[in-house]
Design a protein around this ligand. Structure first.
Ligand code: ZN
Ligand code: ZN
Length: 268
């Protein structure tokens, strides 16, 4: 099984290193396939600015060029992706960039409920009433469903991110989670086991084991990601992730190249 890591951020969004620096360290760690997936956030069609933590519109081409240059000189395989920040209605203006022929894969991630970020501010969660907390979780899953139904993306990023700060719903969310997973299956997407959650307040990978089991029952393929913002974390907790997936029943991992998906045996 090749050592692959697809969900990584560089200075083109909120990562700490340039693609070249990231690659150098990834090679030293024994990574064999390295993918970059900087944040792509646009408020609407033709947006000329983006928040500082996302790829700036004027740097779109520079991002692809820089990664292509790094890839051409790299001793390992390099892939280029983007992590699209799903916003209500964004299918209208993400359709074109998500179909960019330069992309090896596109990650669809929900970080916002309405225009409220759910993963940056613990105080936001602390200020919610029980009803608001339940509604935020429910709306998160509805946004995941909408993101999948757009059929623009290959990978569903960090499912159940809404648990990050360990504020859990008191309402039964079986139905919206089921609908979101059914939409992911219908769109033939891959779910990533994102290891970054193990280092957050929730102390759990994204998604939870229960949701991974629900994915397995639907025969939704998986990949393992670190969501690294520094190269030293590019394979953080991967052995733990492989063990968990094997326990759930998975026997293979998805890989990506030029929008093609293929599989390798999972070897924990
Ligand atoms: Zn993300
Ligand atoms: Zn990310």
């Amino acid at each position: 099984m090749t050592r692959a890591s697809y969900h990584n951020h560089t200075v083109f969004s909120d990562g700490a290193e340039t693609p070249a620096d990231f690659l150098r360290q990834a090679v030293a760690q024994g990574i064999e396939i390295l993918g970059f997936s900087d944040h792509y956030y646009r408020e609407g069609p033709g947006a000329e600015t983006a928040p500082e933590w996302a790829l700036q519109p004027r740097l779109d081409d520079a991002y692809f060029q820089n990664v292509a240059e790094v890839a051409a000189a790299a001793p390992i395989e390099v892939r280029v992706g983007l992590e699209f920040d799903w916003l209500e209605g964004s299918a209208a203006w993400y359709a074109k960039p998500a179909a960019d022929p330069r992309l090896d894969y596109a990650i669809g991630s929900v970080h916002f409920v309405g225009r409220q970020s759910i993963d940056t501010d613990r105080a936001f969660w602390g200020g919610l009433s029980a009803d608001e907390l339940n509604a935020t979780h429910r709306r998160y899953w509805e946004a995941v469903r909408d993101m999948a139904e757009s059929r623009l993306f290959d990978i569903a990023g960090h499912l159940d991110l809404c648990k990050k700060f360990a504020f859990y719903p008191t309402e039964d969310l079986t139905a919206p989670i089921r609908d979101a997973l059914d939409a992911i299956k219908a769109a033939d997407m891959v779910v990533e086991l994102n290891t970054s959650g193990w280092a957050k307040d929730c102390r759990e990978c994204y998604p939870s084991e229960a949701i991974l089991r629900a994915c397995f029952r639907r025969e939704i393929p998986v990949t393992v990601s670190a969501d690294a913002h520094r190269a030293c974390f590019a394979c953080a907790n991967f052995p733990r992730a492989y063990d968990l997936l094997a326990r759930v029943g998975y026997r293979r991992l998805a890989r990506f190249r030029g929008r093609e998906r293929f599989f390798e045996p999972l070897e924990p």
